[in-house]
Design a protein around this ligand. Structure first.
Ligand code: PMT
Length: 414
């Protein structure tokens, strides 16, 4: 069992070779920020610009931000339309204009960017941005359908106020969701086909219109589980208590407030899940009676009568299918292994992830965690890791347990 002092960096795009295509749209200025973000994260970004793109932002801007020359001319440096894509781990085109989508959909190779995409075996992510009528036109829609059929990923354009002054669909997607899609393209899809139900965050148990009982959970651990499983190809339902976090793109989010609401949402979605992970910090108690009026301050000692909330994990443990994997968390301040084992048995889970809630860099509301993975026949203590890295280690273990389960039940796919 080892513990490292420094947490490792979250899974990132460090060292990835990204061929970044920029087309002629006002949104090209946003591409400059994305190139900067990728480069800061340690990716090796090579920018290819269409002729129209150079009318909006200069190649010098992209060269300065990426630390590499920005390429604009198919005939300038020999076989660059073959050499550049051959070295790429992924191609990202943002903004992808109607013109470039049409070129790519028809396999044209009349500029450096389209020729490079045609010559590229790496995954391609297109980020369309244009006027909403151009986007809605059957020609563009047909081109997008063809590009999806080629296997290209599309970062769906968002709705909002467009540069032309119109409101509608066509805005360039936000960087956070594009980064997630890019990470997904660069990650082995070993969770494809898994339906994963995750709970995250605290629950809030109202006392009166102004007050509630809750706990210090930020939702970071549960959201990290959702993001990483999504990147690995799983379909995610995230039942979340109140948090300040941005929901991971592409997951089905079910917002709840109280433990009773969480119990209801979990029971609604559990049947379809192959893996259930209860990372939420569910309040064990709620007020026995909600006061519709704000409880007044009195001179007498106030007494708060509590009712016990249902134990959602234990309920699942009693009713879950044999082929389903059930993972619980345990927030502990001592006796980690013994408490983890007790909860594993009491709640009939396959795996309990114990985290220390007393450490300054573990447990509640921090970006790192140090956990012990406890099953019926193993105890494995992980290093201090980022919550995303911890989540990935939990998924590695989950896939192993699922494979063992299937082997035991003779349901392993042939
Ligand atoms: O959200 P963060 O700030 O990132 O913090 C992460 C975390 C510390 C909240 C998380 O890693 C964690 O430990 N979550 C579980 C916290 C908890 O409720 O532990 P517990 O030991 O009280 O519960 C054990 C298990 O039973 C948990 O899976 C819990 O979800 C479940 N439970 C508990 C009570 C209840 N009424 N219903 C439940 O399902």
């Amino acid at each position: 069992m080892t513990t490292c002092a420094e947490p490792v960096m979250p899974p990132s795009l460090r060292g990835k070779k990204i061929l970044f295509g920029v087309c002629g749209s006002i949104a090209a200025f946003k591409a400059a920020g994305w190139v900067h973000a990728l480069t800061k994260e340690g990716a090796e970004v090579t920018v290819l610009m269409t002729a129209a793109a150079t009318r909006f932002v200069t190649p010098l801007t992209f060269a300065a931000l990426s630390g590499r020359p920005a390429h604009t001319n198919m005939f300038a440096d020999g076989m660059s339309h073959i050499a550049l894509p051959a070295a790429a781990d992924a191609v990202l085109i943002a903004p992808a204009t109607a013109q470039t989508l049409a070129r790519l959909a028809h396999g044209m190779a009349d500029d450096l960017l389209s020729a490079s995409v045609l010559a590229c075996a790496a995954p391609v992510l297109l980020c369309p941005a244009m006027n909403s009528k151009m986007l809605a036109h059957p020609a563009t829609q047909k081109n997008l359908a063809a590009l999806r059929e080629f296997g290209y990923a599309i970062a769906e354009p968002e709705c909002g106020l467009l540069a032309c002054g119109e409101e509608g669909a066509g805005r360039l997607a936000e960087w956070n969701s594009v980064r997630e899609l890019l990470l997904g393209l660069l990650t082995a899809q070993d969770m494809a086909g898994q339906q994963v139900l995750i709970t995250a965050g605290p629950t809030r148990e109202p006392l009166d219109p102004a007050r509630f009982l809750s706990n210090r959970s930020s939702g970071k651990m549960g959201y990290a589980l959702a993001r990483t499983a999504k990147r690995r190809g799983a379909a995610i339902t995230l039942v979340s208590g109140p948090t300040a976090l941005e929901p991971p793109p592409g997951v089905t989010l079910v917002r709840v407030e109280t433990a009773l609401e969480m119990a209801e949402a979990v029971s609604r979605h559990a049947q379809a899940a192959s893996i259930v992970v209860k990372a939420a910090a569910v309040a064990d108690f709620r007020a026995a009676a909600f006061s519709a009026q704000k409880i007044k301050k009195t001179t007498a000692e106030p007494l708060l009568e509590l009712a016990v909330n249902p134990d959602i994990l234990a309920t699942l443990g009693r009713s879950r299918r044999d082929d389903q994997l059930l993972i619980g968390f345990a927030a502990e301040s001592g006796n980690h292994e013994a408490e983890g084992k007790r909860k594993l048995l009491a709640k009939k889970a396959d795996l309990i992830v114990v985290n220390d809630i007393l450490g300054s860099s573990t447990g509640f509301d921090v970006d790192t965690n140090q956990v012990t993975l406890i099953t019926l026949d193993s105890v494995e203590q992980l290093d201090l890791l980022s919550k995303e890295e911890t989540a990935d280690r939990i998924w590695d273990k989950a896939l192993l347990l699922l494979a063992n389960k299937r082997r035991r039940h003779g349901t392993e796919p042939v």
